[in-house]
Ligand binder design. Structure first.
Ligand code: ATP
Length: 242
């Protein structure tokens, strides 16, 4: 199978800050890649670069073998890359279904087809009971789900999840973990930034760890959890994964 995403020697500077510094990694179709690291490590910047929100200062990004470096976010969305934001940004006055339909229109032209795709996505995410509520009435946990639904209704090949577990109760984390874990089987490859480590470490098929803009470790969750560099930079102590 050919590589889905290749990030090669990618950098992004903000003045004197090298937020992302010569980062390289590859993602294969069907992977669930966890991206972790301390606050300020460069994770969100990396997402912004892959999603076309920002241009890299250097390096190359390839999607399905094509050079997409510097593409804008709407071009990346059309090419199959969707993302969520750390702070959900729904259209608060619109209903849940309307919010998801806006994403569905990226793939569907008719209102009926967009509504069907949005309804199917809401059902998958357990949001069907809230279909006609204004987004402004949702709890934090449901807003996070809506954020995920909006990304998935774009029918992406690759989805970038940015801290979708933040603020969720343990029960909600469990339900969201199941949703994320089921995506590769449905043809959606995932890169997931998360500080809720027990959820990401048990779900990801591979981890990339960044610190100060650099990749400091890469590999299976159980291996990364014991890596001395990762322990020192981020974990504080070794993580035991069952
Ligand atoms: N728009 C910007 N302008 C200036 N500096 C920025 C900008 N965005 C990020 N930075 C800086 O780049 C570095 C990386 O930030 P980034 O938000 O990518 O880290 P992060 O790993 O996502 O952190 P967190 O886990 O807290 O979300 C930080 O030093 C940050 O202050």
């Amino acid at each position: 199978m050919s590589t889905l995403l290749e990030v090669q020697d990618v950098s992004r500077t903000f003045g004197a800050t090298r937020a992302v510094d010569n980062v390289s990694f590859k993602v294969q179709p069907g992977e669930l890649l966890g991206l972790i690291g301390p606050n300020g490590a460069g994770k969100s910047t990396l997402f912004n670069l892959v999603a076309g929100v920002m241009r890299p200062s250097g390096g190359q990004i390839r999607l399905d073998g094509a050079d997409v470096t510097g593409w804008k976010s709407h071009e990346m969305a059309r090419a199959g890359v969707a993302r969520t934001f750390q702070i959900p940004k729904p259209y608060r006055q619109l209903s849940v279904i309307e919010n998801v339909m806006i994403s569905a229109f990226l793939r569907e032209r008719s209102v009926t087809a967009a509504r069907d795709l949005a309804d199917a996505t809401l059902t998958d995410l357990g949001l069907a009971p809230y279909r006609d509520r204004p987004a402004s009435e949702l709890t934090v946990g449901l807003l996070k789900r809506l954020e995920v639904a909006r990304a998935l209704a774009m029918r992406p090949k690759l989805v970038l999840f940015d801290e979708i577990m933040a603020g969720l109760t343990p029960t909600e984390v469990g339900a969201m973990t199941e949703i994320v874990a089921g995506l590769p089987a449905r043809g959606v490859t995932v890169i997931w930034v998360e500080h809720v480590l027990y959820a990401i470490m048990k779900t990801a098929t591979r981890m990339v760890v960044i610190n100060r803009g650099h990749v400091i470790a890469e590999g299976a969750p159980a291996v990364v959890a014991r890596d001395p560099l990762v322990v020192k930079a981020y974990l504080g102590e070794e993580m035991q994964l069952a």
